[in-house]
Design a protein around this ligand. Structure first.
Ligand code: ZN
Length: 132
């Protein structure tokens, strides 16, 4: 297993981690198999989406903020970060990518994103690569 650490700067941010995952793949020397990317955090997520137009990232964050506002008088969670927990579950905490001939089989427009919903923080990304 590989562990990569990243720093987020805001409480609502998508960070492209595709190159970090490619680094782990290269270190593993595994050419074909399955790559699992997992975050063990309750206020952050992982998603795969557009890596060409940066406005997609911006628009997604905007939609998430609109759907799940940071403040709501009905939230009860004592930490005050209910929105971050909800958004993390909406994105999910892992993804899998097929690895073939040493290359992640991402589509031309796809990137792997770490989704920060409660930063700034230091975060840990776990990567498991199974194959040969
Ligand atoms: Zn909390």
């Amino acid at each position: 297993m590989y562990v990569k650490t990243i720093s987020s700067s805001t409480h609502s941010q998508f960070i492209n981690i595709t190159s970090l995952i490619e680094e782990a793949v290269a270190e593993s020397e595994i050419l074909s198999g399955i790559v699992t990317v997992f975050v063990s955090h309750t206020t952050a997520g992982i998603t795969i989406n557009e890596n060409a137009d940066p406005d997609v990232k911006r628009d997604m964050l905007k939609v998430l903020d609109r759907a799940v506002p940071w403040e709501d008088p009905e939230y009860r969670h004592y930490e005050g970060n209910t929105a971050a927990h909800v958004k993390a579950s909406l994105m999910g905490n892992s993804t899998q990518i097929i690895l073939e001939n040493g290359k992640l089989q991402l589509g031309m427009w796809q990137g792997i994103y770490f989704c920060e919903f409660d930063g700034p923080r230091q975060r840990k990304i776990q990567i498991q690569i199974l194959g040969k």
